[in-house]
Design a protein around this ligand. Structure first.
Ligand code: GDP
Ligand code: MG
Length: 367
């Protein structure tokens, strides 16, 4: 638990307290037996002793949905990523989807300003993450970031299953995210949507009508055919998943992208997973922290709050966080700043250790 003392940790790890005190001294943070250690220091020392310890804060404990009272959980909208082989139509599909939203006259103008977008269909919202290419998806997963509820796998009907199609399937399966297949370019003369269905069975992606688990929708992103049906399939899948989150708590979620903007400083696009994020909140994202100075929604409008499944661009962080970093809101900004500082210290120590480990012997291994 948070606030554990040196002797608590010694007992937990079953090592002499002196060992821990010695290591703390070497790390430049001398502490006595009864003093409490910061989370990161606990993890760092444990790691030093070859043990894997993860300190759970109240917020983190809360971040597991089973810590929410069931009656606090409210339905949230699905978050979708479009994946597929290059040139199979990812960008065209996202364009067509945004157009659908505009044409339906519900969501108003939808832009791509922040690398994520939201569309309205049948009075419900779907969030699309525009950026995660394969690399980002992998990086996010490696950090344990879960930012996608549903993958739309796009496969061109004139080209069929290609290497990145298979990669996309592997990513989605590893992340345990359901796949809806959009068989694209059905307007093309050489299009053979049934061949795509046949090919995909080899990879365990099997149409419902063949007794499998996956919804398939034939579309033409270019001619904007089948788009509504595809979006309705997303809503159906979302209903099956019963997506829920507690909106009435401190916000947490993940960084989708971070950049340095000349005029605005550090700009991060985040996806809220839980709770509600407000302007003025103190938060930590990876190694950076700060108070949210302003928030911009996917349409480019300033907003004062963002709830579960909402992507939002935030200004006011001390530095630029990385895609996949978790963010968390703290009750006061000193707490946020301390955690960010501890993490920065830990990162520096790890970097030093990494450099130290490159000796003449293993130098040649790395060449
Ligand atoms: P991405 O690489 O997956 O983002 O693919 P793009 O959306 O950039 O599309 C690649 C090419 O395929 C572009 O020239 C598109 O115009 C074309 N394309 C995309 N969807 C369709 C479609 O439904 N029908 C036809 N005929 N062409 C399409
Ligand atoms: Mg593209």
């Amino acid at each position: 638990p948070q606030g554990s003392t040196v002797s608590d940790l010694a007992e937990l790890l079953g090592v002499p307290a002196n060992d821990i005190i010695k290591r703390l001294f070497l790390l430049g943070t001398p502490l006595t037996l009864t003093e409490s250690m910061s989370d990161d220091l606990i993890e760092l020392v444990a790691d030093d002793l070859g043990r894997d310890v993860k300190v759970m804060t109240k917020e983190e404990e809360n971040s597991f949905s089973f810590y929410d009272n069931p009656e606090d959980l409210k339905p949230r909208s699905p978050v979708v990523t479009v994946m597929g082989h290059v040139d199979h139509g990812k960008t065209s599909l996202l364009d067509a989807i945004r157009h659908t939203g505009v044409a339906a006259g519900e969501a108003g103008g939808i832009t791509q300003a922040i690398g994520a977008s939201q569309v309205q269909i049948n009075g419900r919202t779907i969030t699309f993450i525009d950026t995660p290419g394969h690399e980002t998806f992998t990086a996010m997963r490696a950090r344990g970031a879960k930012v996608t509820d549903i993958v739309i796998l796009i496969v061109a009907a004139d080209d069929g299953v290609m290497p990145q199609t298979v990669e996309s399937i592997n990513h989605a399966k590893a992340a345990d995210v359901p796949i809806i297949v959009a068989v694209n370019k059905i307007d093309k003369p050489g299009a053979n949507p049934d061949k795509v269905r046949q090919e995909l069975t080899e990879y365990g992606v099997i149409p419902e009508e063949w007794g499998g688990q996956n919804m398939f929708v034939n579309i033409s992103a270019k001619k904007k055919q089948g788009i509504d049906e595809l979006l309705e399939s997303v809503l159906l899948e979302a209903d099956v998943l019963e997506l829920k989150a507690n909106p009435d708590t401190f916000a947490s979620g993940y960084v989708l992208e971070g950049k340095l903007d000349r005029g605005r400083g550090s700009v991060a696009t985040v996806l809220v997973s839980r709770g509600t994020l407000h302007v003025g909140d103190a938060l930590v994202a990876g190694l950076s922290y700060g108070r949210v100075r302003a928030m911009i929604d996917p349409k480019g409008n300033p907003v004062t709050e963002a709830g579960p499944s909402d992507p939002v661009e935030i200004l006011g962080l001390s530095s630029v966080p990385n895609a996949g970093d978790e963010f968390r809101v703290f009750q006061d900004d000193r707490e946020a700043r301390d955690l960010a500082d501890q993490r920065a210290l830990k990162a520096r120590i790890e970097e030093q250790n990494r450099v130290k480990h490159v000796t003449l012997e293993n130098l040649f291994d790395t060449m």
